[in-house]
Design a binder for this molecule. Structure first.
Ligand SMILES: Cc1ncc(COP(=O)(O)O)c(C=O)c1O
Length: 387
């Protein structure tokens, strides 16, 4: 039951209506002429790596996030890895990571030779809190990666009130939170650095892979540029350290510049869709994530919790409604990470069996949402599912 990112189809009228998990063709259709135009311009200028379109998008993204610097990189995982390396974290250091995140967050920590220290999350928001962080701080803790999961920001300033006195760095993994705010501050703008993925289905997605780091720290920005460009310094032909190749393609930057002006409108539509789901399903045994006072989420995913999740998912799938699970096995329980021995993390482990992500995308109509809600309701009224 893996989700697709292609069009919702309605073969044979309403009776066999399909609601896909996400609909990228519908999102991109009005932009196709502009994409073609940018491609023609860029191909004529051969600005494939670096160049004017990349510089322009980096400026736009920094301004949008409310920071001084944005550095395009190859993907959101590299963005985290390059920030950690750029700060100087490495073997012997521990990095606190919520167990409820995509595997890329701890994978980046392991990639630089540091040790991920997994922590539990808040039962209401499923996000990491200062208390979770405090419980895991030890002598080797060098950094905390807060993950703005599903589109809602962690209260970064509260986490920093715990970490700053101890000299621990906070990094924001904002791969699921383009444009989200907390007390008016944008995702990525509060920690030492913020990292983004532009994977196609993200709130701001490229037409392929892409990522970025944002920061106010000029020295860190410069180091990340060097590290992601084979360690090249300012003097041509001189490599000042061992870097790697992690760059955002010019063409992806150009496509992102086409899409960025629509981001706020699309996020508003996601918010309205999430609100409609909440209203229509409020009397059913479905738990919605709590929204913290001060947070304005961008609903990258519509994650809810239900008992009998697998049967619920099958019920929806049999009626042509695609869903997904973010994430069925928490990171600390993944075979790849078990060696870090995190012990029992009750909130995330209990939630993992109940989580299900309903379809939510900016071009989704109210009719689509109502259909999902109707079919969901029938699960309790007609399938014999107990409350
Ligand atoms: C929370 C989180 N962090 C990091 C990443 C990694 O991004 P990418 O797939 O671009 O490497 C993702 C992508 O799905 C993510 O959701």
């Amino acid at each position: 039951m893996s989700p697709s990112y292609s069009s919702s189809t309605r073969p044979g009228g309403d009776e066999r209506r399909t609601v896909s998990f996400c609909d990228l063709p519908a999102l991109h259709q009005p932009l196709m002429a502009e994409f073609h135009h940018r491609f023609d311009e860029l191909a004529a200028a051969a600005a494939f790596v670096g160049g004017e379109w990349l510089d322009r998008f980096e400026r736009e993204w920094a301004r949008y996030c409310g920071v001084d610097h944005a550095i395009g990189v190859a993907n959101g995982t590299d963005a985290i890895e390059l920030v950690l390396r750029g700060i100087g974290i490495g073997p012997g250091d521990e990095v606190i990571v919520p167990a409820n995140t995509f595997i890329a967050t701890p994978a980046a920590v392991v990639a630089i030779g540091a040790t991920p220290r997994f922590v539990d999350v808040d039962p209401g928001t499923l996000l990491v809190t200062p208390t979770n962080v405090l419980s895991a701080i030890g002598p080797a803790t060098a950094a905390v990666i807060v993950v703005h999961l599903y589109g809602q920001m962690v209260d970064v300033e509260s986490v920093m009130s715990v970490t700053e006195p101890r000299g621990i760095v906070v990094i924001e993994d904002a791969a699921q939170a383009h444009g989200a705010t907390f007390r008016g501050a944008r995702a990525g703008s509060l920690g030492r650095a913020g990292t983004f993925s532009f994977y196609p289905s993200k709130n701001l997605g490229a037409l392929g892979d892409g990522g970025a780091v944002v920061t106010d720290d000029a020295a860190l920005a410069e180091r990340i540029r060097v590290l992601g460009n084979h360690g090249r310094g300012r003097i041509v032909g001189i490599h000042v350290e061992v870097g790697r190749n992690s760059r955002l393609d010019g063409i992806q930057a150009a496509f992102l510049s086409v899409k960025l002006p629509n981001l706020d409108r699309e996020n508003r539509r996601r918010r309205a869709a999430a609100e409609r789901y909440r209203r229509r399903l409020s009397d059913l045994p479905i738990s919605f994530p709590e929204v913290q006072p001060g947070a304005e989420p961008v609903h990258h995913l519509m994650v809810v919790q239900v008992n009998g999740r697998d049967r619920f998912q099958r019920w929806l799938a049999d009626r042509h409604i695609e869903t997904s699970v973010h994430y069925p096995v928490p990171c600390h329980r993944q075979p790849a990470f078990e060696r870090f021995g995190s012990g029992y993390l009750p909130i995330v482990e209990r939630a993992a069996d109940r989580l299900v992500s309903l379809p939510l995308f900016p071009t989704m109509t109210d009719d689509d949402i109502d259909l999902v809600c109707e079919v969901a309701r029938a699960f309790w009224t007609r399938s014999g599912a107990s409350r």
